[in-house]
Design a protein around this ligand. Structure first.
Ligand code: UTP
Length: 297
């Protein structure tokens, strides 16, 4: 039987250049989707999937992220005194258990594979999840939960996969597949950011992974790959012919690429419209905007 997945690495040491100048002083992961920072969505998804140990790989300038997960005693006292119980409850729901979070520094942004490798001592000899908080996934069953179930069934490495249009393939890691049951595919190859027209399929890997300790061992070799970075994809691809293999899971849910400006804006609209406290006022605005754009065209 495969071991239970209870640890997750959150690589948050990237430079976030696509959101400059905001990311000069604010970590990308603290940027808010409606009223919750991106990192809170990632933590909530992990907790719902049974993760109990949260490993953040951070870098210089990310102290706001550490502060976010600290208690806010003054705020809690003020809310209690004012009888704002619902806000207090919401605030307390973001509190983390003592010792549940560990912060590791990646001293230089050498790539996602390197960031994950920085967490190796805390992972030890266990399977683990990797969550990129830039990818926010709206779904009934948390995406990570779907992946852990696929891991429990197969015992192999699981990457979250979604279909992308051909012209977008060069922005992703793309899977070559040998078996496909419509939900899960057996992976026979992975190419990071293939050149136009060379992608082996339209199945792209997005920022959720369940990995075996063998992948962490592969990262010990750490050779630079696409873009001169140490790529997590390369270490996973090296395990395709390994004991446990690699599977892609077509997860159920909608993924927003909040690492890009357009994706972030789309997520803001979608999450805003799904919120009961906002949907009337915000929905009216969006409808009026759509109507005036239609009239203008
Ligand atoms: P991105 O490719 O989105 O890079 O990294 P980035 O630096 O965050 O953003 P841009 O492209 O400059 O705007 C994907 C994920 O991998 C992490 C990032 O923090 C992000 O969660 N990462 C990337 C690291 O932790 N370390 C690295 O060396 C590279």
């Amino acid at each position: 039987m495969s071991r239970k997945v209870t640890k997750a690495i959150f690589p948050v040491a990237g430079l976030g250049t696509r959101f400059l100048p905001a990311t000069k002083s604010i970590p990308k992961e603290i940027m808010t989707l409606v009223d919750r920072p991106l990192i809170q969505y990632a933590i909530d998804e992990a907790r719902a999937a049974g993760i109990t140990e949260f490993i953040f790989v951070t870098s210089r300038g990310k102290s706001a992220l550490e502060d976010y997960f600290d208690l806010a005693p003054e705020l809690e006292t003020a809310l209690r005194q004012k009888g704002k119980d619902d806000m207090l409850e919401m605030l307390e729901s973001t509190n983390m258990a003592d010792g549940a979070i560990a912060y590791i520094r990646q001293h230089m942004a050498l790539g996602l594979g390197h960031a994950v490798w920085c967490g190796r001592r805390l992972i030890g000899d266990e399977p683990f999840a990797v969550i990129l908080p830039d990818d926010v996934i709206a779904s009934d069953k948390p995406c990570l939960q779907q992946m852990i179930e696929a891991y429990e069934e197969t015992g192999g490495n699981i990457v979250a996969a979604m279909e992308v249009p051909e012209e977008k393939a060069s922005s992703y890691g793309i899977l070559a597949t040998s078996e496909d049951n419509g939900v899960r595919v057996k992976v026979k190859g992975m190419v990071e950011k293939p050149e136009k027209g060379t992608a082996p399929s339209n199945l792209a890997v997005i920022g959720r992974y369940i990995l075996t300790p063998a992948v962490m061992n592969r990262l010990n070799d750490m050779k630079k790959g696409a873009g001169g970075e140490i790529q997590l994809t390369d270490a996973i691809a090296a395990e395709i012919d390994g004991k446990d293999g690699v599977y892609g899971l077509r997860f159920k849910g909608q993924r927003f690429d909040c690492g890009s400006k357009a994706g972030f804006l789309q997520a803001t609209v979608a999450f805003g419209l799904s919120r009961p406290d906002l949907q009337d006022e915000f929905g009216e605005y969006i409808d009026a905007l759509a109507a005036s754009r239609a009239d203008a065209s």
